[in-house]
Design a protein around this ligand. Structure first.
Ligand code: PGA
Length: 279
């Protein structure tokens, strides 16, 4: 449980399968150590090749369609361009990122769609990395103290902002995890559900969340999920502009069970530093 989990979200990069394998090689060199669990979520196009190459790291995907076959029996409709759970399973994908804020915000993915994906993925026996996070309103840092190396003197977020963010998180989790019942707890939740707390304003901006605030929100998420499902060993990750430098601020907290890393996982130097620091 204390073992950190690193998810590398390569988004739509790199441009070639050769470059993807090169990055995977860096990861493989480090993943021999047993101190960290590593998941690579390449662009779906490269899944098969990366999957053949990696031995220690696990394979993830950045999204999935909610029906096992890509065609819903109820409405008998096929969905052009979508990737089915069956296809992902056949490629040995083990973890599926669902509800990434870039998909929510830019591609208008709704909580209802995310909920369908979560339910279908858990049912199919794959692990879900459910991304949640509040927009800028509540938490735009007045000044990011950790970036200015001046933590003690700087007010990061007001209590009202933190309260607002927690409330936002509660509502989002209720909608995204709707219809997951307590009865199906062991079947569905037994270490198959992982939450990634990713404040939207921190993703891809270089403006990472203050680690103390992240811990406070992560503890809150743990508490509400424990109340609802009675599971204490849920893994909750932080994501949003993590790099080889700032990861040190977060590593000191046991409450943060790992990281969802985008941009830095595509830069070999950053990637190596992250892997060195977490191993
Ligand atoms: P970032 O992306 O590390 O580039 O901010 C995080 C993510 O994709 O979830």
């Amino acid at each position: 449980m204390n073992k950190k989990l690193l998810i590398f979200n390569w988004k739509s990069a790199p441009a070639t399968v050769g470059a993807a394998i090169k990055l995977a090689r860096t990861t493989e060199n480090y993943s021999k150590s047993s101190r960290v669990d590593i998941v690579i979520a390449p662009p779906f196009l490269f899944t098969e090749e990366v999957g053949k190459f990696i031995k220690k790291a696990k394979l993830g995907s950045q999204d999935v369609f909610w029906s096992a076959s890509g065609r819903t029996p109820a409405d008998k409709i096929s969905y052009t361009g979508e990737i089915s759970l069956r296809q992902e399973k056949n490629l040995k994908v083990k973890h599926v990122i669902i509800g990434h804020s870039e998909r929510r915000r830019l591609l208008k993915e709704t909580d209802a769609m995310i909920n369908k994906k979560v339910l279908a993925t858990l049912k199919a026996g794959l692990k879900v990395i459910l991304c949640v996070g509040e927009p800028a309103r509540a938490s735009a840092p007045l000044k990011n103290a950790e970036q200015t190396q001046n933590y003690a003197d700087t007010k990061i977020r007001t209590t009202t902002n933190l309260k607002w963010a927690k409330n936002y998180m509660k509502k989002q989790l209720e909608k995204d995890l709707k219809n997951i019942s307590l009865n199906s707890k062991s079947y569905i939740l037994n270490s198959r559900l992982i939450i990634a707390y990713e404040p939207i304003w921190a993703i891809g901006t270089g403006n990472y969340c203050n680690s103390k605030d992240a811990v406070e929100i992560i503890k809150f998420i743990k508490k509400i999920l424990d109340l609802r499902f009675k599971i204490q060993d849920l893994r909750i990750l932080y994501g949003g502009s993590i790099n080889g430098q700032n990861i040190k601020n977060f590593l000191q907290y046991d409450e943060i069970n790992g990281f969802l890393i985008g941009g830095a996982s595509l830069k070999p130097k950053e990637l190596s530093t992250i892997l060195r620091l977490t191993n």
